[in-house]
Design a protein around this ligand. Structure first.
Ligand code: NAD
Ligand code: ZN
Length: 251
């Protein structure tokens, strides 16, 4: 594994511009379950399709809000981990753009600055009537009930992309532009199965850019990437950074 990490660090050493594509796996070690893991716990009786869809919200808004409040609580408690922090740190050495499928806001909390949130942000509420949106602090919610719009009083919803909804207009395009600029790509903690986000990974693999995948499990692109690191994100990313610094120090 050390070999793959050093190889990745050498790749990054000669890449002034780096695109990071991240998914739920990078936040798993902050105690935030991936959807698959969430189906083993408190919410095991519901699938994400029962909770993260416009239809579920229309029928059971209180249930959907309770689920999002539970998730907000876990995120606020967990905070960013060593993997998020290593990416933010990499951003101080290289030009780094992060395109994430995560809605947890933890890349920004760790200090990354150039981020496209492909699936929205769980900390933003958006009014279902007037569209006003408000971003709240990353803190444990005081109750589990629905949130109401401050402007018009209608029920708000979490400003995340639900199953069957379009991605926010500019997020995908911004990420595609970042891919064009990038000299290397890191794909971390995503199963590469949720489209259109996974199309960015496919495009990276199809391009001539070196692609580094960090994931303990196999994904549909694992065979096609240039460097595969099979350890957890919170170990692999800091180790890669240490190795990069050693290479830079030695010229
Ligand atoms: P996914 O759940 O489909 O896949 C997670 C991947 O992470 C898996 O391939 C798994 O092997 C890998 N993984 C698990 N632990 C890891 C670790 N410690 N280090 C590195 N990799 C690890 O997630 P996805 O590809 O992001 O797609 C699922 C959808 O679920 C997305 O649309 C996303 O918006 C949503 N989601 C987001 C969050 C969040 O914001 N934190 C949490 C759950 C689900
Ligand atoms: Zn409103």
């Amino acid at each position: 594994m050390q070999d793959a990490i050093e190889q990745a660090a050498r790749t990054l050493a000669s890449a002034p511009d780096i695109l990071v594509l991240s998914g739920a796996g990078i936040s798993a070690e902050s105690g935030i379950p991936t959807f698959r893991e969430a189906q083993t716990g408190l919410w095991a009786q519901y699938s994400p399709e029962d909770l993260a869809t416009p239809d579920a919200f229309a029928r059971h808004p209180a249930r959907v809000w309770a689920w999002y409040s539970w998730r907000r609580r876990l995120i606020a408690r967990g905070g960013p981990n060593a993997g998020h922090r290593a990416i933010a740190e990499l951003g101080r050495r290289r030009r780094v753009f992060v395109a994430t499928q995560n809605v947890d806001g933890l890349h920004a909390a760790a200090g990354s600055t150039d981020i496209a949130e492909l699936h929205g942000n769980i900390w933003r509420d958006r009014c279902t009537r007037c569209g006003a949106s408000e971003t709240r602090d990353v803190a444990e919610p005081v109750d589990d009930g629905p949130v109401y719009c401050r402007s018009c009083g209608a029920m708000a919803r979490p400003d995340v992309v639900w199953f069957g909804e379009m991605l926010p207009g500019d997020a995908l395009e911004t990420a595609q532009n970042a891919l064009e600029r990038a000299a290397a790509v890191i794909v971390v903690g995503t199963s590469n199965r949720v489209y259109p986000a996974a199309a960015l990974v496919d495009a990276a693999v199809d391009s001539s850019r070196p692609v580094i995948e960090i994931n303990p499990d196999i994904t549909p692109v694992s065979d096609a990437v240039d460097i595969r690191i099979t350890s957890a994100a919170s170990e692999a990313l800091p180790a890669m950074l240490t190795s990069l610094d050693a290479i830079s120090a030695n010229g």
